[in-house]
Design a protein. Structure first.
Length: 250
């Protein structure tokens, strides 16, 4: 059965934050299907990839992926709980190896209180930046050159930042690929010379609170071996979920 609305996706996936985020409010180009307990959501250009996000039992999930792929083409990559993606790789010919990472979210009980540290992106304070794309780009180039979010990329809405006393931008995080029901954070970075001072935690605390107030819950992705970042997100109330992505044959 093809799902036609964000509400149908929410009901079919039991309000699973990962699937709800993938649906992106069913913006243009997004399609979704349900088969028994399995759900698949096809999202073009989501976090820089064409993604087919899946959940459910492996047999039904494999069946719905087989039905969806002829209509999507080979650019789509599977995304879902790690065990499921590994099992799908054993059932779907041409599937590449599962690439593991972590999905983290606040769940539906996110703290929506405004961060007391917030009050504009003046020196020493955290806030949303204005007209700072060039500064953000320079910071990311030095501190996080592999960042998935960069200024000007489709889906990257705005940047939070913290400036040092002299006005230098020392930490940042993006509101990127958010949807009506889920705020999404990417591009978290701190200047190398300023690390270890809690700046990233302050920026993330601000971004999480602001997006929770706007969307109800917040999520992000992080590499499994990035334990320092995972620790920061856990202290801010995020819960981890092992996921994986994989290319899939036609």
């Amino acid at each position: 059965m093809e799902l036609r609305s964000a509400e149908e996706v929410v009901a079919a996936c039991d309000d699973d934050t990962l699937l709800v985020w993938a649906a992106q409010g069913m913006r243009g180009g997004v399609r979704a299907w349900a088969l028994g307990e399995a759900v698949a959501v096809a999202s073009p250009e989501l976090n820089r990839r064409d993604r087919l996000t899946v959940r459910g039992g492996v047999a039904e999930a494999a069946a719905v992926v087989r039905l969806a792929l002829p209509e999507l083409g080979p650019s789509y990559r599977l995304l879902g709980d790690r065990e499921l993606i590994v099992e799908l790789g054993e059932r779907l010919p041409g599937t590449g190896p599962a690439r593991p990472f972590e999905w983290m979210d606040t769940g539906r009980d996110a703290d929506r209180d405004a961060d007391r540290d917030a009050g504009g992106a003046d020196p020493g304070r955290v806030g949303w930046l204005e007209g700072a794309d060039e500064e953000v780009g320079v910071l990311l180039a030095g501190a996080s050159p592999s960042s998935w979010a960069v200024p000007g990329l489709p889906g990257v809405r705005r940047w939070a930042g913290l400036r040092a006393a002299g006005g230098e931008l020392v930490a940042t995080a993006a509101d990127a690929w958010s949807c009506p029901q889920v705020g999404f954070v990417a591009g978290v970075a701190t200047a190398a010379a300023q690390r270890g001072r809690g700046y990233a935690q302050r920026v993330c605390r601000f971004a999480f609170a602001a997006l929770a107030a706007e969307h109800g819950r917040v999520a992000l992705m992080v590499d499994t071996d990035n334990r320092p970042a995972i620790g920061v997100y856990e202290r801010l109330g995020m819960r981890g979920r092992p996921v994986a992505a994989a290319t899939v044959g036609e």
